[in-house]
Design a protein. Structure first.
Length: 223
């Protein structure tokens, strides 16, 4: 029996200055909804440790032996009020310590790797669909130099070595999606997204990505 196509969704756990990471709540919710909407796909989701070594190692294990068609990664940012689609992964590591208190051992993600790798998400199509739903969104060419950028670069690097590369990309959501206080399930009143709209937008990003992937893989027709 042929392997089912797989969609991999990841978020991040807490890290210094971010005791409650919104993507640790959002990604499981999104995965649960995706299993219903995209029943023809296996949906794998994982909340990754915000650690320089553990995050890419876990991603590699998630992808191993799978017929991945999409690896979609989410993280939080204080500098966005909606969905921020990252366009570029940079082969650089910042000096910031991770959630385990460790700093990166080198200054680059992949030795002798390309300086830049472009996201393979259909960004324009995604933004058009999110805008049609009146969800705040924008593109970005700077994913920072912390784990978000590192994971994006790792994912793109893995994909390009595959016989049939999967689509890979990273999306930032507002850190304020998590409300203050003990009940983190409620979003902050100043955030333009709530859990319902964030999940809806996430599903739309998946739909746009696999739709374009199917189109790209279909053989050309000579009518």
């Amino acid at each position: 029996m042929p392997a089912r196509p797989t969609i991999v969704l990841t978020g991040f756990g807490p890290f210094t200055g971010m005791a409650q990471n919104a993507t640790a709540v959002l990604v499981p919710r999104m995965a649960a909804a995706a299993r219903t909407r995209f029943a023809a796909y296996d949906i794998l989701s994982e909340v990754l440790a915000t650690e320089w070594r553990a995050a890419p190692e876990t991603l590699t294990k998630l992808l191993a032996g799978r017929q991945a068609v999409l690896a979609l990664h989410f993280g939080v940012s204080d500098n966005t009020d909606g969905f921020q689609v990252e366009l570029i992964g940079r082969n650089v590591l910042g000096s910031q310590k991770d959630a385990a208190g460790e700093a990166p051992a080198t200054q680059c993600i992949v030795e002798d790797g390309p300086a830049l790798l472009a996201s393979t998400l259909p960004a324009e199509y995604i933004l058009a669909r999110l805008s049609k739903l009146k969800l705040p969104c924008r593109a970005s060419i700077n994913a920072g130099d912390y784990l978000c950028n590192a994971l994006l670069y790792h994912s793109l690097n893995i994909a390009r070595d595959m016989p049939q590369p999967f689509v890979a990309g990273f999306v930032h959501v507002p850190a304020s999606l998590v409300g203050h206080g003990k009940d983190y399930r409620g979003s902050h009143p100043d955030c333009l997204l709530d859990w319902k709209t964030a999940t809806k937008g996430g599903l739309e990003i998946i739909a746009a990505s696999i739709e374009m992937t199917r189109t790209a893989r279909e053989p050309a027709r000579n009518d």
